[in-house]
Design a protein around this ligand. Sequence first.
Ligand code: ATP
Ligand code: MG
Length: 257
Amino acid sequence: MTPAIETRGLSRRFGDVLAVDGVELRVERGTFYGFLGPNGAGKSTTIKMLTGLLAPSAGAVAVLGRDMLDADAALDAKRRVGVVPENLALFDNLTAEENLTFVGRMHLLPRETLRDRGGELLALLGLDAEGRKLSADFSHGMRKKLALAAALLPNPELLFLDEPFEGVDAVTSRVIRDLLAGYVAKGRTVFLTSHVLEVVEKLCTHVGMIVRGRLVEQVAMADARRDGRSLEEIFLHAAGGTAADPRALGWLGGESP
Ligand SMILES: Nc1ncnc2c1ncn2[C@@H]1O[C@H](COP(=O)(O)OP(=O)(O)OP(=O)(O)O)[C@@H](O)[C@H]1O
Ligand SMILES: [Mg+2]
C-alpha cells in the first residue's frame, strides 16, 4: 500500500526566507506522527503544503498515494483527509451545528448520518449546549474543538492537526487524546504538530523534528524508549536549546521601574 504521506524535496520560500527546505517525509498508514520544532521552524507551512492549502516552491507531495500538485488527484485526496489548520477553517457567520451541516453536505453524508455524528461529536467535545451559537462568538478553545469536530465528521482516512491541544481544557484534551489513539488503533493515520512534548511522547509512534525549515531528526518512539532517550532530550538536542543564562534580564524584578 502507498504511504499516507510522502514528500520529495518539499520546499517553500517566502521572499528571502526559506521556510521549508527540502523536506523528505514518509509516513506509513497506521502511524501517529508528531511533527515538532521551535516556533517559526516551518511546521504550519509544511502542513499547509501537505493539505493543498499552500503551493510548494519546489518538490513533490503525495497524500494517500495521490499527487497533490495534480488538481484532480488533490481533490480526491482532500475528500479523504480531515484538517485542523493553524487558523481554523470555520464559517464565522454559521452556528456550530450549521458549520457541521455544511461540511457534512460537502462530503455528501446522508442527512441522518450527519445529524447523528454531528450530535455525538458536539456532545463528546462539550459543545452540545453551544450548538446554536455563531462560531464567531466562540472562545478560542471552543473554536478549536468545533474545527476538530468538522475534521472528524466525514470519517477521514488521515487527519492533519496543527496544534490540536493548544488552548483546549484538560478534560477535553484527555477526550481528544483517547479519541485519536482509538482512531490510529483502527489503522488510520494522524499527523500533528504540538509543543506539548508529554502528550506527543504518550501518543505518537513516530516523531519528526524540523529546525529552520530542515527535517533534522526522525525517530520511532519505540527506538527512543529503548535507547532511554526522552523526547525533551531529543528535542533540545535537535533544536540546539540550552538552559537560560541566570544573568539574563538582570533588571527584571529589580528595584527601578
Ligand atoms: N505567509 C507568509 N508570509 C511570509 N512569511 C511566512 C508566511 N507564513 C510563514 N512565514 C514564515 O515562515 C517561517 C515558518 O513559519 P511557520 O508558521 O511554518 O512556523 P511553525 O513551525 O508553524 O511555528 P509555530 O510553532 O510558532 O507555529 C517563519 O519564519 C514565518 O515567519
Ligand atoms: Mg505553526
